[in-house]
Design a binder for this molecule. Structure first.
Ligand SMILES: NC(=O)c1ccc[n+]([C@@H]2O[C@H](COP(=O)([O-])OP(=O)(O)OC[C@H]3O[C@@H](n4cnc5c(N)ncnc54)[C@H](O)[C@@H]3O)[C@@H](O)[C@H]2O)c1
Ligand SMILES: O=P(O)(O)OC[C@@H](O)[C@@H](O)[C@H](O)[C@H](O)CO
Length: 483
């Protein structure tokens, strides 16, 4: 039996008030789960129309299940082991803009539409000068969105009451400001009228937000067991931890329209989200990203095994406490208690978080989540943080794409992968050639936004560690640095 509105007896249809860009695991396990709860417990009465932002995706699957899917929340909750599951029922339909652009544009004509939510990965909120208003669809997410907003503006004759509230969830700094700025650039590029620009500025509200929940996604290995337990089949099961936090920076009245607090959901409406973002990205995501190449080359596959391994676990802990926390400005106690909680979340016995899934786009993630800790540590202490540099060296070796003779399924920007592949092809086993690899990668300003060879001592130390990993293997090299 397949999950759909016929087989799910409690199925309810809500009026579409939310437009969501992205149909990925995170949005379904976090935002849509919260909306579903607000519908059920706070009479929010809001349906979500989901847009697939790129040509490949899950909306066909979502439509085949009438927008329904099962969310498993697993882990320790209030000191007890809890595994619970629920059917999320707030998605009304999914739209593929590549095959149904007219249906997409028509969403802008809906007078009840109120919120726009997105998570299009860190790459999604980007200005693409190739986008045109006439494209069906525009390539970028902001391009598609601007076309829909212009259609809405025209449909309602610039009515200021038809503006929307935007809450992007992309893990980039000040995501709402960035989205608005990109829309304004597209208005310039497309030479759209001043009145539309004013409508964007005056009738619409762009919030910045920070999200936090570990969502490993589809539980491939346990899926048959899960189907047995559920008594139906669901191609979109998603698994997450219990913990969840959404920090939203925006005008106070937004809170009144979004009744999360009324039902005790962990949503903080704040005046400045920056400290929350810095703490989360640098500690949690920074720990994830810096552990991946080290633990993976060590022979480990998951986050839990990494933090529980004697050597790798110590490496992760010391990296956070000795090299990341000293670069942050919040009170030390607060940072340490956040870090302890993060390590507990990493140990969640019910979550199998694959390192290889976190490894996606590791080079750019290292730049946004780890590099600042390195530079800040150097600025404050006048020495380089050894473990973070070891991780950078491991990352360069990781991009060689081989573990114990097996290919590593690397996933990153094609140019970045090509550069590493070409460089490693010429490796002759010498430290001199390795220095050439390191120097070339550190000079790639597309990744690092600067030439990292300019950081005093960095190239030498990275080369030393990379050579040790290459010559002695990860286990011996890590033990050496952990002495
Ligand atoms: N999984 C987690 O634990 C978690 C937790 C917090 C935040 N996040 C953030 O959420 C993002 C998505 O994670 P996920 O687990 O849902 O991944 P996913 O692969 O399930 O979904 C990715 C989504 O992004 C869209 N997308 C990908 N590249 C795009 C592009 N260039 N332009 C526009 N859209 C694009 C896809 O269409 C899809 O909807 C991550 O980048 C991460 O920053 C994830
Ligand atoms: O989702 P990514 O690929 O951007 O990053 C991998 C993890 O660090 C991330 O998903 C964390 O689990 C998440 O950010 C926790 O809130």
């Amino acid at each position: 039996m397949q999950l759909n509105k016929t087989t799910y007896k409690e199925y309810k249809e809500y009026p579409e008030k939310i437009l969501q860009f992205g149909e990925g695991n995170f949005l379904r396990a976090f935002v849509d789960w919260k909306i579903d709860k607000m519908n059920k417990e706070a009479n929010f009465n809001s349906g979500v129309v989901v847009v697939q932002p790129i040509d490949k995706g899950l909306v066909d699957m979502l439509n085949a299940q009438d927008g329904l899917y099962t969310l498993y929340l697993n882990g320790i909750k209030e000191e007890k082991v809890v595994s619970e599951h629920t059917v999320v029922n707030c998605i009304t339909r999914g739209i593929n803009t590549y095959t149904n652009y007219d249906e997409y544009l028509k969403v802008g004509e809906n007078p009840d539409l109120r919120f726009v939510i997105s998570n299009t990965t860190e790459a999604g909120i980007a200005f693409d000068e190739g986008d045109q208003l006439q494209d069906t669809p525009q390539k970028s997410f902001p391009g598609k969105l601007t076309a829909l907003l212009y259609h809405r503006y025209k449909t309602f004759d610039g009515d200021k009451n038809k503006g929307l509230i935007f809450i992007p969830c992309e893990l980039i700094d000040r995501n709402g400001d960035k989205l608005k700025e990109t829309i304004l650039r597209l208005i310039e590029l497309w030479k759209l009228e001043e009145g539309f620009k004013q409508w964007i500025e005056e009738a619409n509200t762009f919030c910045n937000s920070l999200v936090d929940r570990i969502v490993p996604g589809y539980p491939r290995e346990r899926i048959q067991e899960i189907y047995q337990e559920l008594g139906y089949e669901d191609q979109l099961v998603v698994e997450a931890e219990h913990f969840h936090l959404w920090v939203i920076e925006g005008p106070a009245w937004v809170q009144k329209e979004f009744p999360a607090n009324e039902i005790g959901l962990n949503v903080l409406f704040v005046e400045d989200m920056t400290p929350y973002r810095t703490r989360k990205v640098r500690i949690l995501n920074g720990a994830h990203t810096s552990m991946v190449p080290v633990a993976y080359l060590y022979g480990i596959d998951t986050v839990k095994e990494s933090v529980e391994d004697e050597v790798v676990g110590r490496f992760v802990k010391e990296t956070i406490f000795q090299e990341i926390i000293p670069t942050l400005d919040l009170p030390k106690e607060e940072l340490e208690s956040f870090a302890d909680a993060v390590l507990d979340r990493f140990r969640n016995p019910f979550i199998k978080h694959e390192l290889i899934s976190i490894a996606l786009n590791s080079m750019s993630k290292f730049e946004t989540r780890v590099l600042l800790s390195i530079l800040e540590y150097k600025a404050r202490k006048e020495i380089l943080p050894q473990k973070l540099i070891f991780s950078l060296a491991a990352l360069i070796v990781f991009y060689k794409g081989e573990r114990d003779g097996q290919a590593i399924p690397l996933a990153d920007d094609a140019d970045i992968l090509n550069q590493s592949r070409e460089l490693w092809k010429g490796y002759d086993g010498s430290e001199g050639y390795l220095e050439h690899i390191v120097t070339t990668i550190l000079a790639n300003e597309k990744i690092w936004k600067k030439d990292l060879n300019q950081v005093e001592g960095l190239t030498k130390l990275v080369t030393k560690y990379a050579f040790a990993i290459e010559k002695q293997g990860m286990k011996a090299a890590l033990q050496e640095v952990m002495k």
